[in-house]
Unconditional design. Structure first.
Length: 91
């Protein structure tokens, strides 16, 4: 993906931070499973990972949608149908 697909550097930083947070949470899930933690603890950590990934995905799609709408006719890398498909893939 080109750097413009994720917007400005601030947006890229937010996306990277969300993904790093998800990676840390996933590491905690793996540790919990290896340490035979309670089912409740594992599921809570897994839920946190899922939410962090969803938020990063929605931020990426929202940024692409905004850039698509702002781009001159025919100059966007993604069309509305592709953006809709990406958005729905996160649901």
């Amino acid at each position: 993906m080109s750097s413009t697909e994720h917007g400005d550097p601030e947006t890229q930083r937010k996306i990277a931070n969300r993904l790093r947070r998800a990676r840390g949470q996933l590491d905690a899930v793996i540790s919990a499973v290896e340490d035979e933690a309670s089912c409740r603890d594992v599921v809570q950590q897994l839920s946190a990972v899922s939410k962090a990934l969803d938020r990063a995905g929605f931020l990426i799609v929202a940024t692409a949608l905004r850039e698509c709408l702002e781009a001159p006719e025919g100059e966007s890398e993604l069309d509305v149908a592709e953006l809709e498909k990406l958005f729905l893939s996160l649901a």
